[in-house]
Design a protein. Structure first.
Length: 653
């Protein structure tokens, strides 16, 4: 369970800290195993039986996740002697301290609330210890980027009086800062931790049950059965399978690390270059964080921020996610055509009906989840009922029965998997607390409004750039929380719709996973593909560049967020699909034959015009695309240029 991975090749790969997991002996592994199992049981008891207050429940959540991080993850990326590794004595101390400072909240939360304006010395001491432990724990699981951001915001909280201009402020006192972070629900115990301790926890547990039950293999077989025979089949398998896995896993990097182990070698074997294989998997996996029902845990935080139902978030995310995957699918299709890559042989493909039948282990629980969400059943209980459905279905399968041992394994895996998100959310909570103390969100909003003048498009482009920069090197959830605190207030002040604004910020926080120079999902793909990480990241951005347009579509056209008449929704969706497919042709440079530069530009420009709302732009865009593709079709009929031969594909290394 705690096996070591290969050493990361770049600082950003090191930030993933896969190699930070300890390779422990049997006794210590068993201690962690049963402690994590107990953590799940206590979480479920707190949420579903005892109904503890939210503050106590969050403290219980960090009681387990913060204590586990120091046992499971070492301080450095490599162990001095991995064959005889032990938990360092100071990590036992950190783990115990974690339990003490969170246990203090559990024991005396009511007293803490009563003295929030006048914290005593123990309150302040425990506040400092908790913040330091969270930052160190986050560094171990996610690298240095997010803790540095949190420290920068903390410094900003204290240095306000010496900062000139609009971003200056009167500064926060030490007592007030620590009180807000530790004793209120605006800092560590804010919305990110609230959502992490409940909804994210339940969906992570659901995902762990799916993986332990063998659902990943079932999804892969379905994808291979339906997409494997087409041109560039392995690439399309990556798009389909990563989309299916991402819908329930909700993590781009984890999705690449899981499905990429199968799809990337398969793509390389069929003729894709190494950096192209890694990029396709990264783009496909990033789409999983945008796809309902889990959406990289952002859906739950978004619902909390907006105060609306989770179902409305899911409905709003459906069409943009579908457009994203249509774009990814056709980019891979035309890239494969250009390179002359063929599909998998018939004998390599599993039977479709049998694949679906085997996939019922996944299909039925996910359908149960979606059905319960759509009838407004409580979200956490929906996840629980889906787990129960999976347990029942598993007993009607031959090789995937969920025995007591597998259930406990799923408990342990779920608890350890939630550690990363929990620490990210707690660290993001520190940032949110700093923004609350300083009023940075309002200041940034005023600055952006002043910078953009009356131009809404300048404001949107600036918001996009800031969100992507904030999201570089961060998991999508943490990037969204920071972006929602800084960028969203500015866009709301410009008059944009709240739901569209939050989706806009969330979308770009996810796309930061494939945006150079720091593109976590792309770097994971590069590590598996054994290629240059930056080349893989640049290729990912080229393949996914059309996705940068999608948020501008739905923030300006709410029909793509399922708001409006059915006819308007279908019309705008159809126009957007035609537009992104045309852009895919332009990016790949191939339709019926190779497309020259002028026709490529016409396809891209026409596609962009079609994704913009408006009858005139749709008509102009459609005519441009039709003209370009007609010319290419005539060129192919006269003398089709042979696609690049397999041997012309770049060396996989």
């Amino acid at each position: 369970m705690f096996s070591r991975k290969h050493k990361a090749k770049t600082p950003v790969q090191q930030s993933l800290n896969k190699s930070n997991k300890r390779h422990l002996g049997k006794i210590e592994t068993q201690i962690i195993y049963w402690w994590s199992v107990l953590g799940v049981i206590i979480h479920l008891y707190s949420m579903l039986i005892a109904y503890y207050t939210l503050q106590v429940h969050m403290a219980i959540h960090l009681f387990f996740t913060l204590s586990l991080v120091f046992l499971v993850y070492r301080a450095k990326s490599t162990a001095p002697n991995p064959e005889k590794e032990r938990i360092a004595f100071y990590d036992y101390i950190f783990s115990i301290l974690s339990m003490v400072v969170t246990g203090y909240i559990i024991y005396d939360w009511q007293g803490i609330i009563d003295r929030v304006a006048k914290p005593n010395r123990m309150d302040l001491m425990f506040a400092v210890i908790l913040i330091l432990l969270i930052l160190e724990g986050c560094r171990r699981v996610m690298g240095i980027v997010l803790p540095i951001i949190a420290l920068a915001f903390t410094a900003y909280s204290f240095l306000g009086p010496v900062i000139p201009g609009v971003f200056g402020h009167r500064g926060a006192s030490f007592v007030r800062f620590m009180s807000i972070q530790y004793m209120t629900t605006e800092g560590v115990w804010g919305s990110p931790t609230q959502v992490s301790s409940k909804m994210i926890f339940m969906f992570t547990l659901f995902g762990s049950f799916l993986l332990v039950s063998g659902a990943g293999d079932k999804l892969m077989r379905i994808a291979v059965a339906f997409a494997g025979k087409y041109a560039g089949g392995p690439g399309k398998v990556a798009v389909v399978s990563s989309g299916l896995m991402g819908m329930v896993s909700g993590s781009a990097s984890a999705n690449v690390a899981t499905t990429g182990q199968f799809t990337i070698p398969m793509m390389k074997k069929m003729g894709f270059s190494s950096h192209m294989a890694g990029a396709i998997e990264a783009v496909a996996s990033t789409g999983g964080t945008l796809a309902p029902p889990v959406m990289g845990a952002g859906a739950f935080i978004m619902a909390e921020i907006l105060g609306i139902s989770y179902l409305k978030i899911v409905k709003a995310a459906a069409i943009p996610a579908l457009i994203y995957y249509i774009c990814a699918f056709f980019v891979v299709h035309y890239e494969s055509k250009r390179l002359g890559l063929v599909g998998m042989r018939k004998e390599e493909l599993p039977p479709k009906i049998q694949s679906i039948r085997d996939g019922l282990l996944v299909i039925i629980p996910v359908c149960v989840l979606l059905f319960l969400v759509f009838i407004y059943y409580p979200v956490m209980k929906s996840a629980l009922m889906s787990i129960i459905a999976l347990l029942i279905v598993s007993w009607f399968t031959k090789n995937n029965k969920m025995t007591l041992k597998k259930i406990l394994d799923a408990f342990s895996k779920g608890m350890i998997d939630i550690v990363t998100l929990s620490l990210c959310c707690a660290t993001a909570g520190i940032v949110v607390g700093c923004i609350s103390v300083t009023g940075l969100g309002i200041k940034f909003a005023s600055a952006l409004v002043s910078l953009s003048g009356d131009s809404l498009w300048i404001a949107l482009v600036a918001g996009m750039l800031v969100t992507i920069i904030l999201g570089m090197g961060l998991p999508a959830t943490a990037a969204y929380v920071v972006g929602a605190s800084v960028v969203a207030p500015a866009l709301l002040k410009m008059g944009f719709d709240p739901l569209g604004t939050q989706m806009f910020v969330f979308y770009f926080s996810c796309l930061a996973q494939i945006t150079p120079p720091i593109a976590l999902a792309s770097y994971v793909g590069a590590a598996i593909a054994e290629c240059n990480p930056m080349k893989c990241a640049v290729t990912s951005m080229r393949l996914g560049v059309v996705a940068l347009v999608i948020p501008f579509m739905f923030i300006d056209s709410p029909t793509l967020l399922m708001e409006g008449t059915a006819f308007a929704i279908m019309k705008d969706f159809t126009m957007a699909c035609i537009g992104v497919v045309a852009c895919a042709i332009g990016l790949a440079g191939y339709f019926k034959t190779s497309v020259n530069l002028l026709l490529r530009l016409a396809c891209i420009a026409g596609g962009l015009l079609m994704v913009m709302p408006g009858a005139i732009t749709d008509l102009i865009g459609f005519l441009m695309i039709a003209a370009a593709l007609t010319v290419n079709y005539i060129q192919a009929r006269r003398g089709p240029a042979a696609p690049a031969a397999m041997k012309a594909v770049e060396d996989p290394r």
